[in-house]
Design a protein around this ligand. Structure first.
Ligand code: R5P
Length: 293
């Protein structure tokens, strides 16, 4: 297998190729004065199974365009099988038509990935709450991988957690709390969140028993940090000891990281689906394992 690293995921792609013990192909990318991009795959993919890895975080439109060009190029250059790996999958929020006339961006992007030449697709902790499973979106094999157990194990190994509880800051994060809790053999639970506006959330605790215990709060995304800050506040009110915060995708808009730290997080840890100063955990082994299968 060959691994092609798009410009948004070069380091991660190199790690995946090392994990797979396979060849890494870098790309040449240039930008024309009008904003168009030019890409060239530096290597021969003919007759080879080829994985193209490209996250689509900021700027999502450019990163998607680069992904489409790369998928189409490797298909056109004769790759035997083309796997699209999109660790951070943008445009997943709009997974339904809420008002008439709206574009359902998640479905549009799925169609574009297929038509660009992908034979299979992998994503990590897809941020689409109303779509139960990724395969529903695609007419090709598709898997939604998760980083939650890896994040849980990292925090459990790095820090001496006292009687830990793993907590999802809202109902949607139940899946990640459960996976991380099971990975480290800890109890897990989740909280109930209501979004009041783009920057305002209200979190109500469930039956929490966190007094005197260390808590790992885990979610798919930290964007403004509002969800995590509220969760920390509530858990603190319930007597939690140290709070460790983890997410798969560190979107980290504005002062999100500083705000979550100031709210009382002892550590804030994320993966490298998006490169950031808190990307301490790599999803490379998770992606490599999926490609191996
Ligand atoms: C929402 O449903 C997600 O799972 C995250 O909880 C959310 O995206 C976090 O956003 P923010 O950091 O802006 O509260």
């Amino acid at each position: 297998m060959l691994v092609v690293g798009g410009s948004a995921s070069k380091t991660l792609a190199e790690k995946v190729s090392k994990n797979l013990n396979s060849e890494f192909l870098s790309i040449e990318k240039e930008r024309f004065p009008d904003g168009e991009i030019y890409v060239r795959v530096l290597g021969d993919v003919e007759g080879q199974e080829t994985a193209v890895i490209q996250s689509t975080y900021y700027p999502p439109n450019q990163n998607y365009m680069e992904l489409f060009l790369l998928l189409d190029a490797v298909r056109d250059l004769g790759a035997e099988k083309v796997s699209a790996i999109i660790p951070y999958f943008a445009y997943a929020r709009q997974d339904e038509r809420f008002k008439s006339g709206e574009a359902v961006s998640l479905r549009t992007v799925a169609k574009l990935i297929m038509s660009a030449g992908a034979d299979e697709v992998f994503m990590v902790d897809l941020h689409a709450h109303r779509i139960e499973s990724a395969p529903e979106l695609f007419e090709i094999p598709a898997r939604n991988l998760t980083a939650a157990p890896t994040l849980g194990r990292y925090i459990d190994n790095e820090y001496e957690l006292e009687d830990p509880v793993v907590m999802g800051p809202d109902g949607e994060a139940k899946q990640w709390a459960e996976r991380a809790g099971e990975a480290i053999g800890a109890e897990w639970d989740f909280m109930v969140k209501k979004r009041l506006g783009p920057k305002e959330v209200e979190i109500t605790p469930r039956e929490l028993e966190v007094e005197g215990r260390d808590v790992l709060i885990i979610d798919d995304i930290i964007s403004t940090g509002g969800t995590m800050m509220k969760a920390i506040e509530i858990l603190e009110d319930h007597g939690a000891r140290d709070m460790y915060v983890a997410c798969t995708h560190p979107v980290l808009s504005d002062n999100a990281l500083e705000n979550v730290r100031n709210a009382g997080a002892k550590e804030v840890i994320a993966t490298d689906t998006i490169e950031s100063e808190i990307s301490k955990v790599s999803v490379a082994p998770v992606i490599a394992e999926a490609l191996r299968q």
